[in-house]
Design a protein around this ligand. Structure first.
Ligand code: ZN
Length: 285
């Protein structure tokens, strides 16, 4: 009887919560497969205390049901990675307002938003450009750009800090084009890394058409950044093939400042999605 009630609970829970905004994900990335770590799936809440020792450090008991649901949907994601994704809101259950908007490690995505009216404490112009970033991000970017210039690799800045109202107008334009659900490329206001002053869009030349942005992937500048940007604290925020995690298609031009320690750490652990790094190492269980 107890097992029967438990099964019912899971099934009812699944339907109750399945109203999540699935537009967050690009479709068709995962086909159900056999769960690789069935014994590690968290049990129902009254069993958690008995199993706690088997959980990884980033396991958060209050997320137990979300872990179960996410793992049951995406069975080919390793257990600890799936937990990290859920911690980072990849399952899109709620909108969280971040409490550390000024931190270089702030996580922003479709489930994590800035507080209303947030403006970074101090912004500096990236030298030689009309674009601003936080003092630390701008300084580090200039160092990276100088190093690239020494090697004959010119890098132009196409966008950096954008205010809430600027982001809102960009988002409105994207929606009016009607293709955002299939190809999301602009965040809603309050959800954009550009509003933190920690993100920069770059290109190998002036101008800013979508075609040129896509071509950036094939340049030496992009290759250099893939190999070296972490030393300057920058990560490729929306890598190819991780659209189902970041919620965004591949953006070779969008780079996010997280500081050299986190960027090096991600590289050391072979982690490409900031969601995974944040959900494993930066979340407070
Ligand atoms: Zn961008």
């Amino acid at each position: 009887m107890r097992i029967f009630l438990c099964v019912c609970f899971v099934i009812v829970g699944f339907f109750l919560f399945s109203s999540c905004d699935n537009d967050f994900f690009l479709p068709g990335f995962f086909e159900p497969k056999q769960l690789e770590h069935p014994t590690a799936v968290p049990g129902k809440s009254d069993e958690i205390s008995n199993e706690q020792e088997s959980h990884p450090a980033h396991y958060i008991p209050k997320n137990a049901e979300r872990y179960t649901e996410y793992i049951s949907k995406y069975t080919d994601i390793p257990y600890e990675t799936a937990i990290a994704y859920v911690n980072a809101g990849v399952d899109c259950k709620n909108i969280f307002t971040v409490d550390n908007p000024d931190s270089i490690l702030v996580l922003l995505n479709k489930s994590h938003a800035l507080p209303m009216g947030f403006i970074p404490k101090k912004l500096n112009y990236i030298s030689g450009t009309e674009y601003r970033m936080t003092v630390e991000a701008a300084h580090s970017f200039e160092q990276m750009r100088n190093e690239m210039a020494k090697q004959g690799l010119a890098l132009s800045v196409q966008s950096a800090y954008r205010s809430y109202s600027r982001q809102a107008s960009l988002f409105g334009r994207e929606l009016s084009q009607g293709d955002r659900q299939a190809h999301p490329s602009v965040s809603g206001a309050g959800h954009s890394e550009h509003q933190t002053g920690l993100a920069v869009d770059v290109l190998h030349q002036g101008g800013f058409s979508r075609l040129e942005k896509a071509e950036f992937e094939a340049t030496r500048q992009y290759q250099w950044m893939i190999e070296n940007a972490h030393k300057y604290g920058y990560i490729l925020r929306y890598p190819e093939g991780l659209e189902h995690i970041t919620g965004f298609r591949f953006e070779p031009w969008h780079w996010r400042y997280v500081g050299a320690k986190a960027a090096e750490d991600m590289r050391k652990h072979g982690i490409s999605a900031f969601e995974e790094y944040w959900g494993r190492y930066l979340v407070n269980p």
